[in-house]
Structure formats: structure tokens, C-alpha cells
Design a protein around this ligand. Structure first.
Ligand code: AMP
Length: 330
């Protein structure tokens, strides 16, 4: 069985975009693979978050991913920092990487500009090498992610290949799996920016999975559109409407063309009303399950512990074999 892996940083409250880009496909396919999901808590430290908030976010994400359909009896759901091999391998992978190529990574260039006055950029700088280790460590073949992670997966392939050339066949080279619809869900108020879970809690353009659905409805009804009053898909000319079409396609399991065909005669208002109905129905069903899981912290901790054990077994074997390949053994 091939391995599938994905990760999520505990840096805020999960958004609908995280569900669409990062986890929806994963849930659908989890039984076809040896499946792993890690909460990327070390990656999360690239910017300062109050420690207690990180801890809460980790438990929130665990409950949320289970509510979204992750079956922890099959899929190992664990904290990255519980499996130290991620960092160990990250170090060895970094040695195959040039300072120049890391400094040209898009995310490094953009995110370092957002750092606070007292925050340093080394975590961002080595993000791609740690992420490569996260994936190579498990010989993962499939990595479902949003479009924002494309360059990181390409770098992972590069680094794996580089290592294989020097030390002989060691790592499986992963393929990213970016959803055909909803690869990059945009902020409802600023449709030229991606929807991000680092947005402030009261951001009107971000749909948080745990928002009261009345708030979600309001956010959708006030989403930015345009003056044309015509429903068709054009990301350049109509970023707001196109974003809503993508959301509608995802929640209805339809293609973009099917959505446009079905709704082309609708007013923006009526289109938004139907979209809000669908999104809220989905979110409510997730929330119901979420609160059942979230109320039992001991259970969630147990889930993460069990997940870490499963992951650690695989990671340990792989890391040992890498040590041998590079000569770190006697
Ligand atoms: P992060 O929020 O960076 O921890 O990302 C967790 C997962 O959600 C990754 O697979 C991302 O690619 C995905 N993701 C994050 N934001 C978006 C977005 N706006 N649209 C689609 N996928 C996203």
C-alpha cells in the first residue's frame, strides 16, 4: 500500500479553506493508503503564538479533523514534535540544500515581510527542508494540499532526488495532489488574498469552521462581488464571484461548469442564499461531531499518543536506514 500524508499548522482556528484544500480529499481516500496526518506544531513556531493557545489549537484540530471524517483507527493523527525523527531528518536534508535556493522560496520571501519586530526568520527559512523531511520520512507517495504548498512539494521532490543521487535509492519522491476545484479559496472580502486561518477571529472574509452559522451566513451574504450582476467563472475579472462559484462547486460536489450552468440566471443575492444554506448545513453537521470529541481532552490526547506511536515506528526505521546510507553508524 502506498503512503499518503498531509499536515496542518496549529496556528489558528480551522477554516473552510483548510477543509477544502487540505483534508477533504484526504478523508475520501484515507482507506486506499497507509495514511498519516501530522499537526505541524514545529512549523507553527515560525511565528510567535502564546504557548497555551498552541496547545488548545492542537486539541481543537484533533477534534475538528475527526469531526471532518478522519478515522483515527486507520489514519495516524499525531503531533510532529512527538516524532523527533522529523527534526533529525530535517537536519540531514538541509545539508543538501543551498542558502540561495531557500532564500528564493516564494513563501519565505512573502512571509518574512509579515514577521513581527522581534521575530526571526530562520524558522521560515528552513521550513522547506523540514517539510521535505516530514514527507520523505514516510516514503509518502501522495500529499493532498492546497495550491499554496505546490512549491514546497516540488522542493521536497528535488531534495529527495538529490539525496537519492548521492547516497543511492533512499526516498520515494512524492506527488502533490491539489484539488481541481477549490485549490485556493480566497478571502470573501479581499478575493485577491487567500483565506487564511491566521486571520483575526472577527475577519469578515474568513469562514471559520467553528463560527456560529449565523455569522457564516452573514459573511457569505456580504461577500464582495462586482457590478456586472452575471454569474460566470473568471478568476481575473471576477475574483469574488469565481470564489463563490468554487465554494458552491465544493459543497455540492459539482464541477465549476455545472455550477455556472445551474445558477447562471440567478441574482448574486439568490446565489449567495443557496450557497449560505449549503455551507451552513455542512458546517453544522461537522460542529455537532466536533463538540462531542472536543469535550473529552483525555480521549484526544490518547488519539494523538496512539498516532505518534504508529508514526514513530515507521519514522524510526526510515531514519535508521538514512543514517546508515550517509555513514552515521558503526
Ligand atoms: P495551513 O493553514 O498552512 O496549516 O494549511 C493546512 C492545509 O490547508 C494545507 O494543505 C494548505 O495547502 C491548505 N490551505 C490553506 N489555506 C488554503 C486556502 N485558502 N485554499 C485552499 N487550501 C488551503
Amino acid at each position: 500500500m502506498e503512503t499518503m500524508i498531509t499536515g496542518v499548522r496549529p496556528t489558528g482556528s480551522i477554516t473552510l479553506a483548510n477543509y477544502i484544500g487540505g483534508i477533504r480529499k484526504f478523508v475520501e481516500q484515507q482507506y486506499n493508503y497507509d495514511s498519516l496526518i501530522f499537526i505541524a506544531d514545529i512549523h507553527g513556531l515560525t511565528t510567535y503564538i502564546e504557548p497555551n493557545e498552541i496547545r488548545n489549537n492542537i486539541l481543537d484540530i484533533t477534534a475538528m479533523y475527526m469531526a471532518c471524517g478522519i478515522d483515527v483507527e486507520h489514519t495516524a493523527l499525531f503531533m510532529q514534535s512527538d516524532v523527533l525523527e522529523h527534526c533529525n531528518l530535517g537536519f540531514l536534508v538541509a545539508f543538501q540544500c543551498g542558502v540561495g535556493e531557500l532564500s528564493r522560496m516564494t513563501q519565505y520571501k512573502s512571509k518574512r515581510l509579515e514577521l513581527g519586530k522581534n521575530e526571526k526568520d530562520m524558522g521560515l527559512f528552513i521550513y522547506p527542508t523540514l517539510m521535505a523531511a516530514d514527507i520523505l520520512l514516510y516514503d509518502a507517495k501522495v500529499v493532498p494540499v492546497g495550491a499554496d504548498q505546490r512549491q514546497h512539494i516540488e522542493k521536497t521532490r528535488d531534495l529527495g532526488e538529490r539525496f537519492n543521487k548521492i547516497y543511492g535509492d533512499t526516498f520515494t519522491l512524492p506527488d502533490y495532489q491539489i484539488p481541481t476545484v477549490g485549490a485556493k479559496i480566497m478571502n470573501l472580502q479581499k478575493p485577491d488574498e487567500k483565506m487564511s486561518k491566521s486571520a483575526p477571529k472577527d475577519d469578515k472574509g474568513t469562514i471559520f469552521m467553528l463560527d456560529d452559522v449565523c455569522i457564516t451566513r452573514k459573511k457569505i451574504m456580504s461577500a464582495k462581488t462586482d457590478d456586472e450582476a452575471k454569474i460566470y467563472y473568471d478568476e481575473e475579472k471576477k475574483p469574488g464571484v469565481s470564489n463563490l462559484i468554487s465554494l458552491m462547486a465544493v459543497v455540492n460536489n459539482m464541477s465549476i461548469e455545472e455550477v455556472v450552468n445551474k445558477y447562471k440566471e440567478y441574482s448574486y443575492k439568490d446565489f449567495k442564499i443557496e450557497l449560505a444554506d449549503k455551507v451552513c448545513e455542512f458546517i453544522l453537521s461537522v460542529q455537532e461531531k466536533y463538540y462531542q470529541y472536543r469535550n473529552d481532552e483525555e480521549f484526544l490526547k490518547e488519539v494523538l499518543k496512539k498516532g505518534a506511536l504508529k508514526a514513530k515506528n515507521k519514522a524510526n526505521d526510515k531514519y535508521l536506514s538514512v543514517r546508515k546510507k550517509v555513514g552515521l553508524y558503526i
